[in-house]
Design a protein around this ligand. Structure first.
Ligand SMILES: [Zn+2]
Length: 354
């Protein structure tokens, strides 16, 4: 079934409803303390390098065994999806820490911007090349978005969130181009901050995101979620009421942007599914796996979420996915959830093919 227009970029997967994950997957206990974010590495030096690659191989294998179509590194080589990228940049001092509120939600001690930010060399390209060498499946690589990066820093230099975001967008664009050259099929920018700072999103959030994808020929995605299943986030979600309409704020501008794919949290969230109508025309990674619970969805529950999404997304544009990263979950639970995602997508794929 091919419904793609000739002008659209083709993803190297033939399958309808190709499955993927939003990002991180649990790390083995020999690499880092499990079920934790910012978990310290269990090894160092050469041993750590080798262990990271081994973990990436295992994570890839688990995705393939579960039948995931668009695979990733499971973020096995990074401690955290934002800080690991920033650590490799000039202009940020990790010794000089200040306490700030992350996404207006929880306090954290964060590094300081002390001078002009720049990227001297590629950050993830070796890891991406390694992943590319391990599989012929389409691969997706996640990077933080400019707005999410500035939200995890204290800025003592630019003293302007917008200015710093433009600088990061430039750097992200350099990294994205290198990842594309390394054979990455989809580059995804993680923007949980899009659900919090609505004025900034519309004033310069989407513009800086477009700067980050400028000139890319591979597919691009933006992942907007309600965060990992950690307490600060689940407590915040309780304050959001019965209908979560946050997406409504950014969707009209996103719909007009050059981003190809929008990745959303849909399973067990209180997001009204009809909001997706606002990004009609975009490909949508529909989060059909809740990452904030250890309960493993049944394939039928996954299928049900996908069917609901199909009312607002054309079948050839629907990519079943997880709500967010699964780093804080146990490996066993994450494995079960990956299998449920695949099985649920298979049910709907079958329904669509008759
Ligand atoms: Zn997320």
């Amino acid at each position: 079934m091919t419904l793609l227009l000739p002008t659209q970029k083709l993803l190297p997967t033939q399958r309808l409803l190709p499955t993927s994950t939003a990002g991180s997957l649990p790390k083995p206990s020999w690499l880092a303390e499990p079920e934790k974010i910012w978990s310290p590495w269990a090894l160092e030096g050469e041993q750590l390098l080798e262990a990271k690659q081994d973990a990436l191989r295992v994570s890839l294998q688990e995705q393939l065994q579960a039948g995931i179509d668009i695979v990733s590194d499971g973020e096995q080589t990074r401690q955290h999806f934002v800080t690991t990228f920033i650590e490799h940049l000039d202009g940020v001092d990790f010794e000089k820490r200040e306490t700030v509120k992350i996404r207006n939600r929880y306090e954290a001690s964060v590094p300081s911007v002390v001078g002009s930010v720049s990227r001297q060399k590629a950050v993830f390209v070796d890891d991406a090349k390694f992943l590319r060498s391990q599989t012929d499946q389409p691969i997706k690589w996640a990077l933080p978005g400019p707005m999410t990066m500035i939200d995890t820093l204290y800025d003592g230099h630019y003293k302007s969130r917008e200015k710093l975001a433009w600088e990061f967008a430039k750097i992200l664009n350099q990294e994205a181009k290198d990842l594309e050259a390394a054979g990455v099929d989809i580059i995804q920018f993680d923007k949980p901050a899009f659900n919090v700072f609505f004025d900034d999103v519309n004033d310069w959030g989407i513009a800086t995101l477009e700067r980050a994808i400028e000139g890319l020929k591979c597919e691009t995605a933006v992942h907007i979620c309600y965060g990992y299943g950690i307490k600060a986030n689940t407590d915040w979600k309780k304050t959001l009421g019965t209908e979560w309409r946050q997406y409504e704020q950014a969707f009209p501008k996103l719909q007009q942007s050059n981003i190809d794919i929008v990745s959303l949290e849909c399973q067990n969230s209180h997001v009204p599914m009809d909001l997706i109508e606002l990004i009609r025309g975009k490909k949508v990674m529909v989060g059909a796996i809740d990452v904030a619970t250890n309960n493993i969805e049944t394939p039928e529950e996954v299928a049900d979420t996908l069917r609901k999404a199909l009312q607002f997304v054309d079948a050839d544009k629907l990519y079943p996915s997880t709500n967010c990263g699964m780093a804080p979950l146990s490996r066993q639970v994450a494995r079960g959830k990956l299998q449920a995602l695949s099985a649920g997508a298979a049910i709907v794929r079958k329904e669509l093919s008759v």
